[in-house]
Design a protein around this ligand. Sequence first.
Ligand code: CA
Length: 364
Amino acid sequence: MKNSRTMSAKKKFAGVGIPMSDPNQPMKPPAKVPYKRIATEEAWITPEILNGYRELIRKKAADAGFLSLWGVFVKRGGILLDRLLDMGETRIKDMDATGIDVQLLLLTAPGVQVFSAGKAGSLAAASNDQLAEAIRKYPKRFAGLAAIAPQSPGTAAKELERGVKKLGLKGAVINSHTKGEYLDSPKFWEIFEAAESLNVPIYIHPQTPSPDMVQPFVKRGLDTAIMGFGVEVALHTLAIITSGALDRFPKLKIVIGHGGEGLPYWLYRIDYMQEYNRQAFRPKLKMLPSDYMKRNIYITTSGLPWAPAITMAQSVLGMDRVLYAMDYPYQYRVEEVTMTDKFPISAANKKKLFQKNAEKVFSL
Ligand code: CA
């Protein structure tokens, strides 16, 4: 009896999960494929920002979500932090081991958004210089998004422009809320204006939910990637859509990860309910939420190499709107790649998923 229960628990895990190989042991690279694997949500950090995080943790001078997440990472230390910091041969070796041709690099969450405005702005600029340097060294293997500090929207817009025009970066990453504030507030829209006129996307990457909603998650250990991240970015994306920002900036491109953070699954209900739930202070939208999802939003597969979820998202958003991502080094496994290689879609659509869509959205 005991045995059969253990067996069925194992089977159930194998049905939805990734077999847990050890990414610190030598891996057999995946089979060669007729497309480039471009991974579009790959994380890195600078030593200066990591030191800044250590200081915030020591002084308990940040929100509960940050202290919970980075408190654990910093305490644990080791190979995760080593991998985030490495922008050279170790990272390239890890890419080779999993068949990744190109990494699009994003300053890891919460980026500079936990710091004061002045410090955040200078750390963002310095990190963009370092990122550009790494890309110059490995132009065929790395591309990247600029880090910006939404704490000062005007400075952030200028840094985005510098990142794109002077440093060759391909857009910006914003790690969801900035000290509890979301981009649906018009005070941030200079950033949207800059991104739209530069024709580059903004990647809204998760961080732990904002202070107003994080407590019930932290208490239960659900504040990070298990659920809190997805809830946070789903809220953020819907907030932008329902704010009317995408009527004001119709060509703005926004990218979200993790299979669209649940939104593709909910689209019917979101469309059905949005008029009924509309608040007096929210503008009347020109289109349905699903129309904005299909016009302005791109999603990546980061951390979700799972065919049922991703093919569902492709079926409602379209094959051109879903891009491959691994989520290195957080979800660094060769099985992550092979599971995605095996998705039940045509060869042409697989090439879109792994290569063509990324080349188009990020102008690679
Ligand atoms: Ca990530």
